[in-house]
Write a protein that binds this ligand. Sequence first.
Ligand SMILES: NC(=O)c1ccc[n+]([C@@H]2O[C@H](COP(=O)([O-])OP(=O)(O)OC[C@H]3O[C@@H](n4cnc5c(N)ncnc54)[C@H](O)[C@@H]3O)[C@@H](O)[C@H]2O)c1
Length: 436
Amino acid sequence: MAKIGMFGAGYVGLVTGACFADLGHQVVIRDIVPERIERLLAGEIPIYEPGLDAVIERNRDRLSFTLDVGEAVDGADFLYVAVGTPPTESGDADLAAVWAVVDELPEEVPGRPVVVMKSTVPVGTGAHVRARLDARGLTHVGYVSNPEFLAEGSAVADFTRPDRIVVGSFDPEDAERVVELHAGIDGQVVHTDVPSAELVKLAANAFLSTRISFINEIANVCELVGADVVDVARGVGLDHRLGPHFLRAGIGFGGSCFPKDVTSLKQLAGNSGYQFMLLHAVWEVNELQKRRVVQKLQKHLGPLRGKTIALLGLAFKPNTDDMRETPSRVVAYRLLSEGADVRAWDPVAHPDDLHGIELCDTVLDAVRNADAAVIVTEWPELASLATAEVRDVMARPLIVDGRNLLDPVATRAAGFLYEGIGRPRHASPAEPELQL
Ligand SMILES: NC(=O)c1ccc[n+]([C@@H]2O[C@H](COP(=O)([O-])OP(=O)(O)OC[C@H]3O[C@@H](n4cnc5c(N)ncnc54)[C@H](O)[C@@H]3O)[C@@H](O)[C@H]2O)c1
């Protein structure tokens, strides 16, 4: 069994570290935020990720948490880098945390550990890290690019049953050691060079984002021609050459990965002399899509000044508390700037930086006397939103379903005015006329 030093106790570092411990490895997770480490030492999990608490709990004897670099490096066979790589103002990835880890490695690193890059980084980063390690006299330290594909909300399962394990290396022996570390996990291994491994990650996220923007544009066309995007997506997705995934129309993608990886790949191409036009469009479509909710509200309510709008869901997707780049922020601040009063509810995301927005404890509190409810995140508990109780407490029974979570026919039959994304409007006798 190996000893792993994991740098970063975020969504990737915590999940990967805990899951490696579950495979029997000894894992030291190091972070630089004292509060994060204190909470972990006290038995708390600082992020919301289903199933992670159980994995950490049953591996307490193989997992430790520290602020100390030396503890993570001491005797380690692998030094995993799972620090954040957020976008800079220019759109390039900010690699400050990656460089900090490389530079923090002690002068004397015993043994022959392999630095394994889990963080998503631009192509060329591995070569730069290799050169920096060499310049520091750490030529015996290996380097492998092993990008992470887990999705928040299903991260533990994604580790256990990965679609693939991509391993890019300068030295085949290092790659083999990383593959062996995954013994017990069934996943196809893709061996490649470092730049290709780096690009696999960016290309995969850019492609998923492209599918989302594509189906969102189809949804917008559906609204004009009277087609239903849910049926269109199903019909398209059943083609085995295309598949059904990421063809769900909605109010756009967000989160800590897709927006930044689209921008990062666009920048990378531009900096290398190529304009990646498709990704420019993917980005613009997504920005416009988030704002379409406001137009839908205006269509039914007229000017939004003084109207109360309940945003249901804040996290960028269900089963996570991650608020990074979430569409809810754009929708909330667009509504505020139109003069609306904005309330919000989310079962796990309780941000303290949504200024001017009233956070509510329950869905019912959020929708009470509201002129409209907007489903922003498809939390399962919102699937039963269209009840008589909700309808009766709302000032106007208008639901704008930004995730096509509800059945339009049933929702209208329950007495709501329903507006989805790319769904046809079949008039229902029960659907109310709004009194403006
Ligand atoms: N979140 C995801 O779904 C996901 C999926 C695949 C890949 N990734 C990539 O993985 C990387 C990490 O993402 P994340 O969501 O876990 O980020 P995160 O922000 O949740 O966690 C990063 C952690 O690294 C810590 N850190 C910063 N500098 C450090 C240092 N010098 N030593 C040790 N710890 C340090 C931070 O304090 C933070 O706790 C990013 O590059 C991201 O693009 C993320």
